[in-house]
Ligand binder design. Structure first.
Ligand code: NIG
Ligand code: FE
Length: 407
């Protein structure tokens, strides 16, 4: 039993009142919740809480669903700190930088890739992400993509095949040859280990025709599409994602009016194409941020994710992304918190995570703060006091029964 919760964000609109309910956060005051066998079995007023075997006194702190990070690239080797430093000194970002990580990943052992992924997923979990997606895309040979996916699957069920990240150097003069490999033997080796297929549809990566071939080949093998779309410039990525019924169009930095309409129209379906915004990438490439306000006002479903990768966004922190979204992208705090939780769940087509409801997975954060607002109000401060994942306390110590937020 998590008891004495000062402010409980449920993402269940029927649960709250006033402004927070309108934003869909479903905030309850003075609440409690009960976990059993990894699931939430009761949510309600602290005063009416049933008896439980074990009690955690949250001391009036804010409690919320774990973050759902629907976009990461944490299977890789090496480091691109010099590239980052050069960018901050005025160099532009280009998709070509991916090649540096591909070269390092190919020569890394499985043990090295696993150790790096373990370090980064530990960071993800400690910063409150209880569900996260992981992509391949730094192997770009049959053997390397397959082993990257195999290692990714050791850390998450949400595994994405991104063989179409860039055309690798050995195929620069034979794009057709790489597409044949990608849509043939590489997919044959990879499809069984992935749930999703992704393509980087942008300048320096894949064009509309090539991207459509990749997505169609993935769909034919039972994978569900998602697309890296409109990160570097306006282009066909978003429209392609919607046309393929993709679960998400990710980045959405440079959108036309038609792109926004297409995303908003798809939001009326039960399986929308979610606009997944990755502000860590704009931060780390010193680029203009996407206009979240336009997307939200048009009615699109919006998610926030880290895009954790060594090139454009080497952060595992969803709270950092929330703070950026609020400060730089025109999102209100409730909108950003929803996008980082239930928005990410929509982008992964999951209904069991991203909410605190009876029957849902017990993925819960106890904050070292009286309100979720502090996630944006206190940027750069680690406010994750306790993390519960599938009903297990994975950060914060179960013995620390009294968490104590003095009001
Ligand atoms: O999502 N846009 C494509 N892929 C990554 C960047 C990868 C890299 O630079 O290594 C992204 O930003
Ligand atoms: Fe990405």
């Amino acid at each position: 039993m998590l008891d004495n919760i000062g402010e409980l964000v449920t993402n269940d609109p029927s649960a709250g009142r006033g402004a927070s309910a309108q934003a869909g956060l479903g905030v309850r005051r003075d609440a409690a919740l009960l976990i059993e066998s990894g699931r939430i079995v009761w949510v309600g007023a602290a005063a009416g809480a049933p008896a439980a075997d074990e009690q955690v006194d949250c001391g009036g702190a804010a409690v919320m669903p774990g973050f759902v990070d629907s976009h990461s690239h944490v299977i890789f080797a090496g480091d691109r700190a010099p590239e980052f430093a050069a960018r901050m000194a005025g160099e532009p970002y280009s998709a070509g930088g991916i090649g540096t990580t591909v070269a390092a990943t190919r020569v890394a052992s499985d043990a090295q890739l696993r150790a790096n992924a373990s370090r980064l997923t530990t960071e993800l979990i400690r910063s409150g992400s209880t569900t996260f997606e992981i992509k391949s895309g730094y192997g770009l040979t049959v053997v390397d993509e397959a082993r990257c996916l195999r290692i990714a699957a050791e850390f998450t069920d949400e595994v994405t095949f991104l063989g179409a990240h860039v055309v690798p150097p050995e195929f620069v003069d034979d794009r057709r040859g790489y597409l044949d490999l990608l849509t043939g033997p590489m997919l044959d080796a990879c499809a069984a280990q992935a749930r999703w297929v992704d393509v980087f549809c942008d300048r320096g990566a894949f064009d509309a025709d090539e991207s459509a071939q990749v997505l169609a080949a993935g769909v034919a093998r039972g994978l569900v599409p998602r697309v890296h779309a409109n990160q570097l410039q306006r282009g066909p990525g978003v429209k392609l994602a919607v046309a393929f019924g993709a679960a998400s169009a990710d980045h959405c930095t440079h959108l036309s009016a038609e792109d926004i309409t297409a995303l908003a129209d798809s939001a009326r379906s039960s399986t929308p194409t979610v606009a997944t915004l990755l502000p860590g990438a704009e931060f780390s490439t010193r680029s203009p941020y996407p206009d979240a306000r336009r997307l939200l006002e048009a009615g699109a479903v919006v998610a926030l994710a880290t895009d954790c990768n060594p090139g454009t966004s080497y952060t595992t922190s969803m709270p950092f992304c929330i703070a950026l979204a609020v400060r730089e992208m025109g999102m209100s705090v409730p909108e950003a918190v929803r996008a980082a939780t239930i928005g990410g769940a929509s982008a992964l087509r999951r209904t069991d995570v991203g909410r605190i409801v009876v029957g849902g997975s017990a993925d819960i954060l106890v904050l070292a703060a009286p309100s979720y607002v502090h996630l944006a109000y206190r940027p750069g401060v680690d406010l994750i006091r306790q993390v519960w994942r599938r009903g297990r306390c994975v950060r914060g110590g179960r013995t620390d029964r009294t968490l104590g937020w003095s009001r």
